[in-house]
Design a protein around this ligand. Structure first.
Ligand SMILES: [Mg+2]
Length: 391
């Protein structure tokens, strides 16, 4: 079997979803998805030149070949996203060719249900269930503790037992939009929001809070300590990712678990973080950090430090299900993020035996490869303006 083409389709959802179709001379087709970003589509076009004529079943060799091609390139991040998305499609081909699901090819499941964490952003900016925008122009309403609590209540009623909210939002007027230095009333408001959510959902629901790298070291510690009474699942990216010693300082200063990793690439990006035990939980991103094989290496590296593995995910159903296959296999899986709660066509973009996510969990089928097909009519209806479907 030989690869005859690597084609892309750029969809517009809450983020861009860059779908990949790897075509072979035997009619077996693999689906993949790469993390959004500048130059990722162009990187895939460059990689296609080196993939045509290769046997798609040689996943290890092709990963190394792609990585060595881009090792000296500028925009390496975009190329790693491209490699990640293509590699997912190669696993789909291997599964379809062999008649086995990817989870089986990876050594077999350790769990049947993959627990999903719903990223809800803030108090709803949309009507849960139908995606209608409701209060996005009313920050006072959207960022009130009551709105956060109501959004949490709705998600829990729909079956989620792990939820995530952002607090690095205009909950109170910032004094400086660049340095984001907090004043006491802002910390109080963050505490009020998290307190309202915890009171609403009780202690059987896990709550994660994302800071998107906004704070300086002392503010990050202040927020982490202020949130200790609420027993968060984690506090995500309180400081920027470049300085691991600072992340460790924050982690060591608080009983609130600290999580990072969505903007790190490959096993090399996680090595120092784990060796220094600078973080409590890691959250690599499948279609960004290197693909399925690389995520397995990262998860296993984390497991050797007894660190849970909680993949970040802003992708569509293909990236989400690809992640779920590996999450079913590794022992230290915690939760898998889902960021498309307001995208009503998330489920209909693919055809599968059962809903992709059912009441907060993904159950993988025994179907070959990823176990799903793309509904190209739905994909075509949501192409980014000016884009074409797999041409
Ligand atoms: Mg995040």
């Amino acid at each position: 079997m030989k690869i005859t083409g690597v084609n892309t389709a750029l969809l517009q959802a809450n983020f861009e979803w860059l779908l990949i179709k790897v075509v072979t001379d035997e009619g077996v087709i693999g689906l993949g998805e790469a993390h959004w970003g500048f130059g990722v589509k162009e990187a895939i076009e460059r990689l296609e030149l080196h993939l045509i004529g290769e046997d798609p079943k040689n996943i290890n060799y092709l990963w190394e070949k792609m990585y060595r091609i881009v090792a000296g390139a500028a925009w390496q991040g975009s190329f790693i996203c491209a490699i990640s998305g293509v590699e997912i499609a190669l696993w789909d081909i291997l599964g379809k060719y062999s008649g086995l699901p990817i989870w089986q090819l990876l050594g077999g499941k350790q769990r049947d249900s993959i627990r999903v964490l719903a990223d809800l952003h803030a108090g709803a900016s949309y009507k849960p269930g139908d995606g209608t925008k409701v209060n996005e122009n009313n920050p006072e309403e959207m960022y009130s503790p009551e709105a956060y609590a109501n959004h949490a209540k709705d998600a829990v009623e729909r079956g989620y037992d792990a939820i995530k909210f952002d607090i690095d939002v205009p909950i109170l007027k910032e004094r400086d939009p660049i340095n984001h230095v907090l004043y006491p009333a802002q910390v109080d408001k963050i505490v009020d929001i998290v307190s309202a959510v915890r009171k609403q959902v009780g202690r059987t629901i896990d709550i994660a809070i994302d800071c998107h790298w906004h704070y300086n070291t002392s503010d990050a510690i202040r927020v982490a300590k202020a949130l200790e009474p609420f027993d968060l699942l984690w506090l995500e990216d309180p400081v920027r990712p470049e300085n691991i010693d600072v992340i460790k300082k924050v982690t060591d200063s608080t009983s609130t678990p600290i999580c990072t990793g969505e903007n790190l690439y490959m096993r090399y990006g996680f090595r120092d973080l784990l060796e220094k035990q600078a973080v409590d939980i890691i959250e690599p991103d499948f279609p960004r950090s290197g693909g399925i094989s690389e995520m397995k290496r990262i998860a296993e590296l984390a497991e050797s430090y007894y660190v849970p593995f909680a993949p970040h995910n802003v992708g569509g159903p293909i990236a989400t299900v690809a992640a779920a296959h590996l999450c079913s296999v590794v022992p230290n899986f915690l939760v898998l993020e889902f960021h498309a709660d307001d995208i009503t066509w998330f489920g209909s973009l693919v055809k599968s035996n059962a809903p992709v996510i059912d009441r907060g969990y993904i159950t993988l089928s025994d179907e070959p490869g990823l176990g799903l097909e793309l509904d190209e009519d739905v994909a075509r209806a949501h192409l980014k303006s000016g884009e074409r479907l797999f041409e």
